[in-house]
Ligand binder design. Structure first.
Ligand code: ATP
Ligand code: MG
Length: 175
């Protein structure tokens, strides 16, 4: 299925709105008008971006902002989620995508969660032919970037399955 990424992201942002508001965190989406289409499963992609945005809001202090950028370049669509939270140390950056890995058990217990979110993100993105990476400066925040192969413009690619009954001659056996 052709998936409109700005749609998926708007959906994912909606799900974090209440938590964000309760911490006075502003979620700003840039490049949302971009016609960014990928081939894949809309529900899985929504889950992936939901996890990234949920983390950005969860691991940020009050009165900060979460920025989401969508860019299309050289056949790839890059979506970045940037927060102004505590950041992640270089050692932990290598491990956060592992299942059940959580930085700082005490802090993580206080915020709840199972440590599965980012492993799901990685799984979904990899299965869509993409990759996910993290950049972080401890004390200044983190940026998670997802890159996915871009689907060419709607008109140039026919993504529909052949439909309808087979031609008469193929069914009758008389042709
Ligand atoms: P779950 O997502 O399953 O509810 P979780 O958020 O702990 O639980 P992950 O989303 O996989 O699990 O994240 C793993 C760990 O990486 C988190 O516990 C947290 O310590 C750290 N982390 C993830 N995102 C951020 C972020 N944006 N800023 C700071 N730390 C983060
Ligand atoms: Mg999480």
């Amino acid at each position: 299925t052709a998936v409109d990424l700005s749609h998926v992201i708007a959906d994912a942002v909606d799900r974090s709105k209440l938590t964000a508001e309760s911490k006075n965190i502003k979620i700003v989406v840039g490049g949302a008008g971009t016609d960014a289409q990928v081939y894949g499963d809309p529900d899985l992609l929504t889950t992936a971006f939901r996890n990234l945005i949920d983390n950005a809001v969860r691991y940020s202090p009050e009165n900060t902002r979460v920025g989401i950028g969508i860019r299309s370049r050289e056949g790839l669509i890059a979506v970045s989620v940037t927060d102004q939270g505590d950041g992640i140390s270089p050692e932990d950056q290598e491990r956060v995508f592992e299942r059940f890995y959580r930085v700082d058990a005490a802090r993580s217990r206080a915020t709840g969660g199972t440590g599965l979110g980012l492993s799901i993100v990685k799984h979904v993105v990899t299965n869509h032919g993409g990759e996910v990476s993290v950049w972080s400066q401890p004390g200044q925040g983190s940026t998670f970037t997802v890159r996915l192969p871009e689907l060419e413009g709607r008109d140039s690619v026919d993504t529909t399955e052949p439909q309808g009954p087979a031609p008469a001659h193929a069914r009758s056996g008389l042709a």
